[in-house]
Write a protein that binds this ligand. Structure first.
Ligand SMILES: O=C(O)C(=O)C[C@]1(C(=O)O)C=C[C@@H](O)C=C1
Length: 89
């Protein structure tokens, strides 16, 4: 595939990813509300382990699993940052 065609495909996928990540963050905001109400810790290492294991299991190309897990660690770090911000207000 030519570079420009690859970039167009990346742009198309980024549009979908942005929508999905936005939807994920909206649910994370609801989790923050629940946790604040029930005096729970934002960081749940057991749940994060489960998410990371699930991502590795879901990856059809197993060579990509460690990269996807790194991306998910980043996503969950930002989830925690967003949860803490929501709990402040
Ligand atoms: O499931 C939770 O308890 C969340 O707060 C969501 C989430 C996530 O982004 O998946 C974020 C932080 C936690 O450490 C674990 C998972």
């Amino acid at each position: 595939m030519e570079l420009e065609a690859c970039r167009q495909e990346i742009d198309r996928l980024d549009q979908q990813l942005t929508q999905l990540l936005e939807a994920r963050m909206k649910v994370v905001a609801q989790v923050a509300e629940y946790k604040a109400l029930h005096h729970m810790e934002v960081y749940d290492p057991r749940r994060e382990r489960l998410v990371l294991d699930k991502i590795a299991a879901l990856a059809s190309d197993k060579d990509l699993a460690p990269y996807l897990q790194t991306i998910y660690r980043c996503i969950m770090d930002e989830s925690k940052r967003y949860e803490r911000k929501r709990m402040e207000t």
